[in-house]
Design a protein around this ligand. Structure first.
Ligand SMILES: [Zn+2]
Length: 80
């Protein structure tokens, strides 16, 4: 079992209870819930709006992923 830390609330949870977002190593593209072939810098957060907002606050998620992309716009269309 691999545990990951939520960027929002900071809790450690099993991988499958967290949403994964990855910046692809080669293209720099941001992928939400990438498949196993996607390699790059990743961040995780709980499947809820609150943690998503916390993760986006002060560009936290952008900093973790080292990207300037509009992550809020990307994530806003998601359902939880
Ligand atoms: Zn969380």
């Amino acid at each position: 079992m691999v545990d990951r830390k939520c960027v929002g609330c900071g809790k450690i949870k099993p991988r499958e209870e967290l949403l994964k977002i990855t910046k692809e190593y080669k293209s720099g593209k941001i992928v939400i819930e990438p498949n196993s072939k996607t390699f790059g810098r990743s961040a995780y957060f709980c499947y809820n709006k609150n943690c998503q907002e916390l993760a986006l606050k002060k560009n936290k998620l952008n900093r973790v992923l080292k990207t300037s992309e509009d992550l809020k716009g990307l994530l806003d269309g998601r359902k939880y």
